[in-house]
Design a protein around this ligand. Structure first.
Ligand SMILES: Nc1nc2c(c(=O)[nH]1)N[C@H]1C(S)=C(S)[C@@H](COP(=O)(O)O)O[C@H]1N2
Ligand SMILES: [Mo]
Length: 232
């Protein structure tokens, strides 16, 4: 039977509570929150880390970094598949995605090529809320995210379910530009930014780790900015 919007929201909220209980301790023990000797400088950020991670320089501009191909997906052709090790795989259309709980958050963006952009104002859907929608099985441990440009990148669930991980469609109150991954991209403020796929098309839950595009080419599997964890 079709669920009403209220029933859907209820289900997401309940599933979110369960996921939080299941992952909270692991999330709080990740290096970007729990490291006793984080490397970096400046005042502490909201996770207790120095604002500027080791080896990073602050930029006001926002450079564009990708494989050189910017796939232009119109909103009516846009689809987001969430599948793999989950109870309820879905293919979302743009309207379905925008009907999910929306989150605004201000966070920092750390690129492995040594620039950081602070206090970026994002709006989008929490990865946690998408996970609550599809309900990862007990066996799920990692995500592999796919972009419309053929990019892939992997993230562990204890990183992906953090509250600042968004599928963002808006930045500084404007629709996300194509060159920055619009209409929707993932962001991972507590990891180097290559972990956030631009032009996101598919999120696959996996029962084990699987390396993505850069991870297969010598970038770190884990990508912790306050450990200078750039290469494997
Ligand atoms: N789909 C896709 N996502 C991607 C990339 C890419 O090439 N393709 N590059 C990554 C890298 S290396 C970085 S640093 C950031 C850059 O995002 P920006 O171009 O908006 O600054 O996107 C990441 N996400
Ligand atoms: Mo990057």
């Amino acid at each position: 039977m079709e669920q009403s919007p209220d029933e859907k929201l209820e289900r997401i909220i309940e599933a979110r509570m369960k996921l939080k209980a299941r992952f909270e301790e692991r999330m709080n023990n990740t290096p970007s929150i729990a490291d006793e000797r984080p490397q970096g400088k400046g005042p502490t950020n909201r996770h207790g880390m120095p604002q500027v991670p080791v080896g990073q320089t602050i930029t006001q501009k926002w450079p564009v970094l990708d494989l050189g191909y910017h796939p232009d997906i119109s909103l009516d052709r846009w689809r987001l598949t969430i599948d793999g090790e989950v109870e309820h795989p879905v293919v979302l259309k743009w309207e379905d995605f925008m009907a999910l709980p929306q989150t605004e958050d201000t966070s920092d963006f750390h690129c492995v090529t040594t620039w950081s952009k602070l206090d970026m104002v994002w709006k989008g859907v929490r990865l946690m809320d998408l996970a609550a929608l599809v309900q990862p099985k007990e066996t799920a441990t990692h995500l592999l995210c796919y972009g419309y440009d053929t990019y892939t990148t992997n993230v562990s669930l204890e990183e992906a379910l953090k509250p600042d991980v968004l599928l963002a469609h808006t930045v500084y109150d404007e629709p996300l530009a194509l060159e920055h991954g619009g209409p929707a991209r993932m962001i991972t403020p507590q990891l180097y930014a290559w972990k956030g796929s631009k032009w996101i098309k598919r999120i696959q839950f996996l029962p084990q780790n699987k390396l993505g595009f850069w991870e297969e080419r010598g970038y770190s599997n884990t990508a912790y900015p306050w450990r200078n964890d750039r290469y494997s």
